[in-house]
Design a protein around this ligand. Structure first.
Ligand code: SIN
Length: 509
């Protein structure tokens, strides 16, 4: 198949969340051009704009990057890359201030300092917020305005990648894009993946449904090294009102003192962890899963902790509840664990470079090593800003590669197949996993692949399922009922060739 070809003299960035747009701004800050491709209007359809929590950084006199780093490493359960964590936490305060300078209206104290909230597994109050639970939308509005005002950033909406183009050496030299329904080859010196996570691969997710591992799948199909795909984070308190995606009840509610109760009103977290509602996110998710599975139900009771303050302190949660006929000022909120974040992704160095020349990755689709087996709350917008900027700067100096080899667009997954995949992923690669379920899941994915071809979304699901089957231990977001103990702290590094069908290659930290 031949397509029209255009040559772009700058990085092409796939995705328009915080990582992608920060990369674009950094790529042009000394001159030069960047092209952003987004399947939706900028900043819609990305998880960044939905973030309620805020940005964690050592912004107060009582805090320090080293303390933030210690909490990040502890949450990561032995699998963080300490150098990446040090960089994230050291550059964090400047990244938050840079977004404030762009116009992000962080909540301020009377003296101008940031209002900082406490979230689970943080030793200090260090989460900078906007309007209570509106950080993501407000930060993205400021960043989108800056991108729209940048004369050398071109943004194409209704545009997505269908295949990475490679030269004879394997270097990435562009992509096949679908723009307004038309296929076109774009040849460029660099491609930056910023396509977000994998929530849409699961039936219950807090992320936009169109975020379903496409960047991960495209990179894997090109032969890029993938790290830790089995580590999926489940947010404990998605609001259980039958909506897809499920609205979030931010962790900050538990930081404010909201209590988890069963349907009879019994507070149950003391049965699971001494830190109760402020236990690590994976512990709380498993506790809620257990209560629900036992038929007792799970509800977040913020009536005493927040009560009448709901409309102005947590307007997004309040609106989602009221739309479903639940008044959280006086009623407990029904909650369920839901896929919220992917710790795994395309393996990168500290500047977003992947194992393939010409290909970089940033944000949730990347695995920089900062999150390990379990991301600390409110570290994701921070990672997107810090590593998005680094990837944008790293892409600036790249020169064009060789002639692209002929390529065809990867297949798409029809909706019926996607829905089957989502059900199977939630059932068998969810909060609690075991060999029987994961083996059944791999069989479902193999059958889908035989029928539909290697669609990037399906490839992403295969990587998660097969790595989860191979990891015979429990750690962070990955819990195996048949291997509940923790084994040696080893990250997964895998390529698609190694993962399918012969098994996974493990590499020690
Ligand atoms: C939340 O507000 O609970 C989510 C924050 C995060 O996932 O970082």
């Amino acid at each position: 198949m031949t397509h029209d070809r255009i040559t772009f003299d700058g990085p092409v960035i796939l995705g328009a969340g915080l990582a992608g747009l920060t990369a674009a701004l950094a790529a042009v800050e000394t001159g030069g051009k960047a092209l952003v491709l987004s399947p939706t209007l900028l900043a819609t359809g990305c998880s960044s704009a939905w973030a309620q929590g805020g940005m964690a950084a050592a912004l107060s006199d009582e805090d320090a990057p080293a303390l933030h780093a210690a909490d990040t490493l502890a949450a990561g359960a032995g699998l963080c890359d300490p150098a990446a964590v040090e960089l994230l936490t050291t550059e964090g305060p400047a990244a938050v201030r840079a977004l404030a300078a762009l116009g992000a209206p962080f909540d301020r104290q009377a003296d101008g300092g940031f209002v900082l909230s406490l979230e689970a597994a943080h030793a200090k109050a260090r989460v900078a917020r906007v309007g209570g639970d509106g950080a993501g939308a407000a930060i993205m509005a400021a960043v989108v305005a800056a991108v729209r005002a940048a004369p050398t950033i071109e943004a194409r909406e209704n545009a997505r990648a269908r295949r990475l183009l490679q030269d004879a050496s394997g270097r990435v030299v562009g992509l096949i894009a679908e723009i307004d329904g038309v296929l076109v080859e774009i040849v460029a010196p660099a491609v930056i993946l910023a396509t977000g996570g994998v929530g849409g691969l699961y039936a219950v997710t807090t992320t936009p449904a169109q975020v379903r591992g496409e960047g991960l799948g495209l990179a894997a199909l090109a032969g890029a090294e993938i790290a830790d795909p089995e580590f999926v984070q489940f947010h404990p308190t998605a609001i259980d009102i039958g909506k897809d995606p499920a609205p979030l009840a931010t962790e900050a509610l538990r930081g404010e003192g909201a209590i988890l109760r069963d349907a009879r009103g019994r507070a149950f977290m003391a049965d699971y962890h001494p830190a109760r509602e402020l236990a690590p996110r994976d512990v709380v998710a498993r506790a809620i899963h257990a209560e629900r599975t036992a038929g007792r139900g799970a509800f977040l009771d913020a009536t005493a902790a927040v009560g009448a303050h709901f409309p102005h302190e947590f307007p997004a949660v309040f609106a989602a509840c009221m739309a479903a006929g639940i008044d959280p000022r006086v009623q407990p909120i029904p909650v369920t664990p839901a896929v919220h974040y992917h710790m795994g992704g395309v393996a990168t160095d500290l500047d977003g470079r992947t194992s393939l020349g010409g290909l970089l990755a940033a944000g949730e689709c990347a695995a920089t090593g900062v999150h390990g087996a379990n991301r600390l709350a409110s570290n994701s917008l921070l990672e997107a800003a810090v590593f998005g900027a680094r990837a944008g700067r790293a892409a600036r100096g790249l020169v064009p590669g060789g002639e692209p080899l002929p390529a065809t667009p990867a297949p798409d997954l029809p909706d019926s197949a996607l829905q089957a995949l989502r059900q199977a992923m939630s059932r068998d690669a969810g909060v609690i996993r075991d060999a029987d379920g994961l083996t059944r899941l791999v069989a479902v994915l193999d059958a889908l692949e035989a029928a539909q071809g290697a669609a990037p979304t399906l490839v992403a699901a295969q990587l998660i399922a097969r790595a989860a089957l191979a990891r015979q231990e429990s750690r962070g977001g990955h819990f195996r009922a048949d291997f509940p103990a923790t084994a040696l702290p080893e990250r997964t590094f895998v390529t698609l060739d190694a993962a399918l069908p012969a098994g996974l290659r493990y590499a020690a930290e």
